[in-house]
Design a protein around this ligand. Structure first.
Ligand SMILES: Cc1cc2nc3c(=O)[nH]c(=O)nc-3n(C[C@H](O)[C@H](O)[C@H](O)COP(=O)(O)OP(=O)(O)OC[C@H]3O[C@@H](n4cnc5c(N)ncnc54)[C@H](O)[C@@H]3O)c2cc1C
Length: 293
């Protein structure tokens, strides 16, 4: 597998597209991407189902945020509770270029340190975006109630971590991941209660359904009953399936190109199967079913 500037290649074939606009400097790419992306009218969001696989810091936060924005979200994970995702194990802290210590930190320095720390193998567009939004992520976590360490004056404390020369790591004792996950979990459960997110516990994704080069659905196995289920977002022509099965592991692309013949990608069923479970959305906001039938 080779990583080139515009995506991930397997045996010369592009299997993931970063969609980063490379005609503008790296510092403007995320802004440009957001500007070029199609918006979804808030009134139409309730008509779209979105599948999120994973309930850790990535998947849990994504599902909660999408649910809060008004989409119908199905969140799949194989643990018995979203709180048992492996993010619970993270300890040292989370980096943000807030420059609270006035020690010369900046978005570019966080980007530089992260690319270097990743042995120059990370996707630089994504690393720059991470550095850009890092300060907002801390604010979001504080708003979710994450008890970050504070100085006696009440301001957020931070420390130097990972061999860098600036103090930019926000932490909660040695349990940062646990505290962050509790924050994300609370936000997720709030949306479950509101009916915008449906959790599928003890469900393992076994195949990704790719239609016209895009991830459009998943095949899962109920780990309690063994039942195999097909889940296609509604309408499957435009709603995405997102995988957040562990940011530390090899990525599963958001928009995958079908692999060469013989690959393991599942084919879309010719006649979609009925939904095996119903959405928990309140009847007043349910103009569509959770899966096409
Ligand atoms: C000991 C330790 C310490 C760490 N310390 C730090 C630190 O100090 N700072 C830092 O920034 N990072 C740290 N990390 C890394 C950080 O914890 C991870 O990168 C991050 O938590 C990954 O989050 P995630 O949401 O992508 O994955 P996870 O939290 O692993 O979540 C994966 C989710 O995907 C689901 N899933 C996976 N496969 C399937 C499937 N086939 N079907 C259905 N669901 C599936 C799981 O059920 C789970 O919900 C540490 C990691 C470890 C292990």
């Amino acid at each position: 597998m080779t990583e080139l500037i515009d995506g991930l290649y397997l045996e010369g074939e592009k299997i993931a597209d970063t969609k980063a606009p490379h005609d503008v400097p790296i510092a403007q790419r995320w802004e440009q991407r957001k500007f070029n992306a199609q918006l979804v009218n808030p009134a139409n969001r309730r008509k779209l189902d979105i599948i999120v696989v994973g309930s850790g810091l990535a998947g849990g936060a994504a599902a909660a945020s999408l649910g809060e924005q008004g989409y119908n979200v199905k969140c799949f994970f194989y643990q018995d509770s979203a709180r048992r995702a492996h993010s619970i194990a993270a300890q040292g802290g989370i980096n943000a270029a807030k420059n609270y210590r006035n020690d010369g930190d900046s978005v570019y320095r966080l980007f530089y340190d992260t690319v270097k720390g990743g042995d120059y193998r990370a996707r630089e567009d994504n690393v720059y975006r991470l550095a850009e939004v890092s300060a907002n992520i801390i604010d979001q976590c504080v708003a979710q109630g994450v008890p970050f360490a504070r100085e006696y004056g009440g301001l957020l404390d931070n420390r130097s971590f990972g061999g860098v020369q600036v103090s930019r790591t926000f932490y909660a004792r040695g349990q940062t991941g646990q505290q962050l996950l509790i924050g994300a979990y609370q936000a997720l459960e709030r949306q479950v209660h509101a009916g915008t997110v449906k959790e599928y516990r003890r469900h393992e994704m076994v195949e990704l359904i790719v239609i016209d080069g895009r991830a459009r659905g998943i095949v899962t196995r109920d780990m309690v009953t063994g039942e195999i289920e097909t889940h296609l977002p509604t309408p499957s022509c435009c709603a995405p399936a997102a995988t957040a099965t562990c940011s530390s592991c090899p990525p599963t692309p958001w928009a995958a190109t079908p692999p060469p013949s013989g690959g393991r990608t599942a084919r879309a069923p010719t006649s979609p199967t009925p939904a095996t479970r119903r959405s928990t959305r309140p009847a007043s906001r349910s103009p569509v079913t959770s899966s096409p039938s």
